[in-house]
Design a protein around this ligand. Structure first.
Ligand code: ZN
Length: 348
């Protein structure tokens, strides 16, 4: 199909390089420790100077997955002096102006070239890598836009940046590339929903519920492995089973082949009470995914025994969900062959 005329100008932007975006702070132990705490990362290489000193790195290093965090804007959405004032996202505004108001991130791929050490100063430059043909997906019609952020470590020998000069400068030869982030978004206009068709579907769904006829779409089956089979078999018997390490006597979820605490292989499972608290939740409004409830409330539940698991929430008032509210497991069987642990308010 022939492209829109306005697209010629937009396509001309592909390949464009944007100047440096600096990190507010040099790589530092405080940010590393806080990030590890928030993400639940336990690795002494990142937080214990004594252990790190004995390692191949000789000092604390930053978790590779933190790369993007160093160069984020502050809470006021401002970048540090010396950063480019151009927006690598200008292309999205141009597409938006043509009637594609929505955006969703679809890919984020980090590549690490090496570990980052305390004291390094990072920046990235951005390249508009590609814009797809116009595509129609379940979400709507629009364009996939791919940006590549390349991360550099400024070499200590490099002169301090002159704030007046940096805007569009490319990396100096001495600065070392340390990683890359591919970031792809879908800039689109939402699929138009035909109201009369939607109502017809609703009526049809109601018919299904009233008749003994099975719904056409079944719940997806979980991926079951040797490590997780006990969990699903337990659910079938109405038991909430959590993996337990016989070496260190701790619980873990989701189940795996090895104890995440002590790395022992001696794992069995224990039945837990099924009581817990709502630790966090999300209500998925879009897209609608039959046969799940719509909107679909999903909880992260902290069990009384201390582990957290993700499960669907049932019999809840979606507007009244509260972090910390008491929940109780409830097993429900779908399509005659799938029993899932779901959670309902404990008082209900
Ligand atoms: Zn253990």
């Amino acid at each position: 199909m022939a492209e829109y005329e306005w697209m010629t100008d937009v396509r001309a932007m592909v390949g464009r390089e944007y100047g440096r975006t600096y990190a507010w702070d040099r790589v530092n132990e405080a940010m590393i420790r806080q990030w590890c705490e928030v993400m639940g990362v336990v690795n002494p290489l990142y937080t214990d100077a004594d252990v790190a000193r004995q390692s191949e790195f000789g000092a604390i290093v930053a978790p590779p997955a933190m790369l993007q965090a160093w160069c984020l804007a502050g809470l006021n959405d401002e970048y540090p002096p010396g950063s480019t004032e151009e927006s690598p996202y200008e292309v999205l505004k141009q597409i938006e102006a043509q009637g594609y108001p929505s955006v969703v991130a679809v890919n984020s791929e980090l590549t690490f070239d090496r570990y980052i050490t305390v004291g390094e100063r990072l920046y990235y430059t951005t390249r508009l890598e590609s814009i797809s043909e116009e595509k129609t997906t379940g979400l709507g019609t629009g364009f996939f836009v791919t940006l590549i952020m390349t991360y550099f470590s400024e070499q200590p020998s490099a002169a301090e940046p002159d704030p007046g000069k940096f805007g569009s400068e490319q990396p100096s030869i001495e600065d070392e590339k340390v990683g890359e982030l591919l970031f792809r978004v879908f800039k689109f206009r939402a699929a138009q929903r035909d109201e009369s068709q939607a109502n017809a579907n609703k009526a049809k769904a109601a018919d299904h519920e009233n008749s003994a006829e099975k719904p056409a779409i079944k719940r997806p089956q979980p991926g079951v492995s040797d490590d997780t089979r006990f969990f699903w078999e337990g659910a079938r018997e109405g038991k909430l089973l959590i993996q337990h390490c016989t070496a260190c006597d701790r619980l873990q979820h989701p189940p795996g082949p090895v104890c995440m605490h002590c790395h022992a292989f001696e794992l069995d499972s224990v039945e837990v009470s099924g009581g817990g608290e709502l630790y966090s939740f999300v209500i998925m409004h879009y897209p609608e995914v039959p046969p799940f409830e719509h909107p679909n409330p999903i909880g992260l539940i902290e069990l009384d025994e201390g582990v957290r698991l993700i499960a669907g929430l049932v019999d809840v008032d979606q507007d009244a969900l509260e972090i910390g509210q008491r929940l109780q497991v409830e097993f429900r069987t779908f399509d005659d062959d799938l029993t899932l642990p779901l959670f309902r308010p404990a008082s209900a």
